[in-house]
Design a protein around this ligand. Structure first.
Ligand SMILES: NC(=O)c1ccc[n+]([C@@H]2O[C@H](COP(=O)([O-])OP(=O)(O)OC[C@H]3O[C@@H](n4cnc5c(N)ncnc54)[C@H](O)[C@@H]3O)[C@@H](O)[C@H]2O)c1
Length: 330
């Protein structure tokens, strides 16, 4: 009988791609989601259990019913602007929600946890390529909430009566869509550059705003390291196998080591879609760093991870195919 993995946030962008990959790897992915930003239509690859992370009794009920061998924890709020305006919401949802999850895992004796962390936990390090040993000095409440979740998981894993091993993946900017266009990126509101640019191309929004032109980067716009969701999720399956092989807790950056500026991404979107991207310059956005680029090859060295699909062209073209599929709604 196939083993189960509980996927919190399985109705969201990255979690739904994880469910597809887990199903492809022979697991039954059980989605746990409250649909605050997720989509019922995205739950296509295994059972769905509706619930809120902060509801420990519901979590334990689902864990006892499905007896998962591991949890992949994607569920979170992740809008930096919203977090800056309403930090309490982020500490409640992301930190308290994750605390309840880890408590429920301890009570139900589920020993393996793969957690979606973020490069936003590092903050700004003046042009330094970020590796896992960089100090975590988040610039915004979203990054702070994710760092706090890492801390609480480390504390639980160290507790003598808790059997818990974890892999933290600190993602850089995730982009692209399922190559078969069954699922894709669909945030509400959308804040991510590539889907925003594609929406502008399709006339679903008037213009893309480029926030800040005076950053200390080659063209003055923010630089980010983009990783294809297919590659990102492949790392999660490797991380799960790493845990299940008893190799212990660890932390990995997931980025390619190559940064692209906002303007470079906008030009690449115009090239792939063969349409101009309506865009305007706007002021800097609170909480944004000038550049966030991974300087680590640890996931490659220790997990055998290869981000083979993370060219800008492939990320944009898979996202574009998904945006153009029949029935797309925003
Ligand atoms: N997208 C990126 O570029 C990126 C970068 C770094 C880290 N991350 C992290 O990856 C994870 C997934 O991001 P995403 O882009 O897929 O976001 P998303 O908003 O598409 O998915 C999040 C999912 O979690 C669910 N959720 C949120 N709070 C919940 C709660 N309290 N109880 C139950 N379900 C809840 C939402 O309904 C949604 O389905 C997040 O933890 C995010 O912080 C994303």
């Amino acid at each position: 009988m196939a083993e189960r993995v509980l996927v919190t946030g399985g109705a969201g962008y990255i979690g739904s791609h994880a469910c597809k990959a887990l199903a492809g790897a022979g697991y039954i992915p059980v989605t746990f989601d409250n649909f605050v930003t997720g989509w019922r239509e995205a739950v296509q690859f295994g059972p769905m259990e509706e619930g809120d992370l902060r509801d420990r009794a519901r979590l334990e009920e689902v864990m006892r019913k499905h007896e998962p061998v591991a949890v992949m924890h994607f569920a979170a709020l992740s809008n930096v602007g919203e977090a800056s305006r309403d930090p309490g919401l982020y500490w409640d949802n992301n930190v308290i929600g994750s605390l309840r999850l880890v408590e429920a895992m301890a009570a139900c004796k589920i020993p393996n946890l793969v957690f979606s962390s973020t490069c936003a936990t590092y903050g700004e390090h003046d042009g330094v390529m970020l590796d896992e040993s960089c100090p975590q000095l988040p610039l915004n409440a979203y990054g702070a909430s994710k760092r706090a979740v890492e801390d609480l998981i480390v504390n639980f894993a160290a507790a003598p009566d808790v059997d818990l091993n974890y892999v933290f993946f600190r993602y850089f900017n995730v982009a692209g869509a399922d190559p078969e266009a069954e699922i894709g990126e669909f945030h509400r509101p959308e804040t991510h550059l590539i889907p925003l640019a594609l929406d502008a191309v399709r006339g679903r929004r008037d213009k893309l705003t480029i926030f800040g032109q005076d950053y200390p980067t080659p063209d003055g716009t923010c630089v980010r390291d983009y990783v294809h969701v297919t590659d990102l999720i492949a790392a999660h399956v490797l991380g799960l196998e790493h845990l299940r092989a008893g190799k212990g807790s660890d932390v990995f950056n997931l980025g390619t080591g190559r940064g692209f500026s906002v303007r470079e991404v906008v030009e690449a979107v115009a090239k792939v879609t063969q349409e101009p991207v309506p865009a305007e310059d706007g002021p800097r956005r609170a909480g944004d760093c000038a550049a966030l680029v991974s300087g680590s090859v640890k996931a490659a060295d220790e997990l055998g991870w290869a981000p083979d699909h993370s060219s800008l062209d492939e990320m944009i073209s898979t996202a574009w195919a998904w945006h153009q599929r029949p029935g797309y709604k925003a």
